[in-house]
Design a protein around this ligand. Structure first.
Ligand SMILES: Nc1ncnc2c1ncn2[C@@H]1O[C@H](COP(=O)(O)OP(=O)(O)OP(=O)(O)O)[C@@H](O)[C@H]1O
Ligand SMILES: [Mg+2]
Length: 315
C-alpha cells in the first residue's frame, strides 16, 4: 500500500503543468520542480557489495571531478556510505570536498608510495555524514615516476583498498557501499592503478566538439587492463555533462554517444549550470551549495540511476 505522503506527492506532481518549450526559463523551472517532487519519493537501493568506480577520461575538463564529488555526495546524502579517492595531483576533489590537502597531509601519495594504511589518511566530510575522502596533495605528481620502480606498480591502490575494506569489516564498521576514484586527465600509472582497483568505469563525456575523440584510446586501454590485470573491469556508466539543450551541437553529441553506448549511457544528462561551477569555490558540492538547482537535481537523478542499475544487475 502506498503511503498518504506518496499519494499527495503524486497528486502534486500531476498538477504541475507540462513543459512548455516556448519559454525556456518556465520550462526549466517546471521540469526542475517535477524532478524535485519525483526524487523526494525515490528509492536509492544500496548494493549488496561495495561497488568501486574509476571515474576516467584522459580528456581534460570534461567533468570527472565534478561528477565524482557530486554523485558521491548525492549517494551519501541518501543513505549510502561512500569513499572518494582523490587520485589526481591537482587535488580538485579535495578542494571541492573541503578536506585538508596541504603538503604534509597524509594522502593518496603516502598510501601508494609509503604503504600508509588508507584508514590513516582518510578524512570525513564535515557536512555530509557517511562521506569519506582520501585527499591528494601535490606530492602525488611524483608518484607516476616513483611507481615505475615498484614491482607491484599497477596494483598498489587495489591492495591498499582491499586492506581498508577488510579492516573496516574486522573493526565492525559499516561496509562501504560505493568508492569513486577520481583520475587525472592522462592514462599513466595513477589511472592504471585506479583501473586495477575498480570493477566499474564511469566515463563523463562533455557534450562538445571532439567529445568522442580519444575515447577509442581510453576503451582500448580498458580492454588491455581487462585482458592482463583485471578481468572484472568494464565500462558500466557513461554520463553526458555540461549539456545545453538549446544548442544543436549538444543534442547531436548526445545522440551520437547514445548510438554507440546505448546500454551504458545514463538517461539523465547534467546541464551546464552556473551553480555547479560556483560550488567548488565555496568548498562545497552543488548538492550542499544549492540542492534545488538544476545541476544538483540532475546529479541526484543520475545517482539514483546508478543505484538502481546496481540493484538490477545484482551487484
Ligand atoms: N555541469 C556543469 N556546468 C558548468 N560548469 C561545469 C559543469 N561541470 C563541470 N563544470 C566546470 O568545468 C570545469 C571542469 O570540470 P572538472 O574539473 O570536473 O573536469 P575534470 O574532467 O575533472 O578536469 P581535469 O581533467 O582537469 O581533472 C570546472 O571549472 C567545473 O566547475
Ligand atoms: Mg579533475
Amino acid at each position: 500500500m502506498r503511503s498518504p505522503q506518496a499519494i499527495s506527492g503524486d497528486a502534486i506532481l500531476s498538477s504541475v503543468p507540462q513543459v512548455d518549450h516556448s519559454t525556456p526559463l518556465a520550462a526549466e523551472l517546471a521540469s526542475d520542480f517535477r524532478r524535485r517532487l519525483e526524487l523526494e519519493h525515490a528509492e536509492f537501493p544500496l548494493p549488496d557489495q561495495t561497488r568501486v568506480f574509476t571515474v576516467a577520461n584522459q580528456k581534460g575538463g570534461v567533468g570527472k571531478t565534478t561528477t565524482s564529488v557530486n554523485i558521491a555526495a548525492a549517494l551519501a546524502q541518501t543513505g549510502a556510505t561512500v569513499l572518494v579517492v582523490d587520485n589526481d595531483p591537482q587535488g580538485n576533489t579535495s578542494t571541492a570536498l573541503n578536506v585538508a590537502h596541504h603538503v604534509g597531509t597524509a594522502s593518496t601519495y603516502d598510501v601508494l608510495i609509503n604503504d600508509l594504511p588508507m584508514s590513516q589518511a582518510i578524512q570525513r566530510h564535515e557536512e555530509i555524514e557517511n562521506l569519506l575522502v582520501l585527499p591528494a596533495t601535490i606530492d602525488l605528481s611524483g608518484a607516476e615516476i616513483e611507481l615505475v620502480m615498484r614491482e607491484d606498480r599497477e596494483s598498489r591502490l587495489r591492495t591498499a583498498l582491499a586492506e581498508y575494506l577488510r579492516d573496516r569489516s574486522r573493526n565492525g564498521e559499516r561496509r562501504l557501499d560505493y568508492v569513486f576514484i577520481d583520475c587525472p586527465p592522462s592514462l599513466g600509472l595513477l589511472t592504471i592503478n585506479a583501473f586495477v582497483a575498480a570493477e566499474e568505469v564511469l566515463i563523463p563525456i562533455q557534450t562538445e566538439y571532439y567529445a568522442l575523440e580519444g575515447l577509442s584510446q581510453l576503451l582500448s586501454n580498458i580492454e588491455l587492463i581487462r585482458n592482463h590485470l583485471n578481468p572484472a573491469l568494464h565500462v558500466s556508466t557513461i554520463l553526458l555533462t555540461m549539456y545545453d539543450g538549446r544548442t544543436n551541437l549538444s543534442v547531436q553529441v548526445a545522440e551520437e554517444v547514445r548510438e554507440h553506448f546505448a546500454e551504458q549511457t545514463l538517461e539523465t544528462v547534467i546541464p551546464r549550470s552556473i551553480r555547479v561551477s560556483e560550488a567548488p569555490g565555496h568548498g562545497q558540492t552543488v548538492m550542499t551549495y544549492d540542492s534545488r538547482s538544476s545541476g544538483a537535481l540532475a546529479y541526484l537523478k543520475a545517482a539514483q540511476e546508478i543505484s538502481n542499475r546496481g540493484k538490477q544487475k545484482g551487484n
